[in-house]
Design a binder for this molecule. Sequence first.
Ligand SMILES: [Mn+2]
Length: 314
Amino acid sequence: MKRKVAQILEEAESIACFFHKNPDGDAVGSALAVKNFFGDKVKVYSYHGVPEIFRFLPKADEVIKYEDFSEVEPAQIFLVLDCGDERRIPGFDASRASTIVVVDHHETNDGFGDVSIVEPDRSSTCEIVYEILKETGRKISSSVAECLFAGIYTDTGGFRYSDTTATTFQVAKELVEAGADPWKITLNIYDSNPVRRIKLLSLCLGTLQLHLEGKVASLYVTLDMYEKTGALPEDTEDFVNYARGIKGVEVAVFMRELHEGGVKVSLRSKGKVNVARIARRLGGGGHANAAGCELDMGIEKALESILDILKEEI
Ligand SMILES: [Mn+2]
């Protein structure tokens, strides 16, 4: 199947890449790897642009930010990366391409492409994309390697999460040999925080609450906190891990206000509770240990709904 996808991409005259809204390193990294590998026939579209911490990646400045899907040019192939559900690509219209190719590792992905590679046991979409690109028999450049390494590193929390396997390290090794520089990449991602993000974090940590005898921890960010700090929604990346990192906590809940009466929820588990299942019950999806959903309610009500389900699951 990977050989087939490699061939489809190699032979295509035009490819448009898409990934989920609120993109993370795996989404941006996998798409930019494809762009750096196949060149100008590839366009990358992102509803939310590229978060500041990933703008150092090669060709990140060529990502097209769209507001309305009608701005997307028709292409032979729509390549959907790191996205388990087409509803996470605002306005997505499959009829503007002749073939939809999906490459993903979300267990809640039902394989909505004409051709789909969905491998839920893989650490990241970048890990799968690496194997597809290798199937072409062409050399992986240092630019491509850098994008893929950034995606793998961030999606595994720095090679910490449960889906980090020997293959993950093997791929990472080959990427470093191909020219990816872990020091440069992690300096850019983890040691270049905008001050506004740390100010927002300090307010967010003030909301810490423990529930269900300390097995659940919650944190949240309100619209008011953005205003006070000048921070952006993308600055909340990884905040959930401060809750997850507490001893005895099995499930971490992070909520950020999208608008009055609407929240984005991130759920993280240490392995005993499948949070993908919880997210799915609330209309979202994801992985067993990392999932999310959006709820049309305020923070307090949202937390109550999540805790109600967690009471049954813990
Ligand atoms: Mn991913």
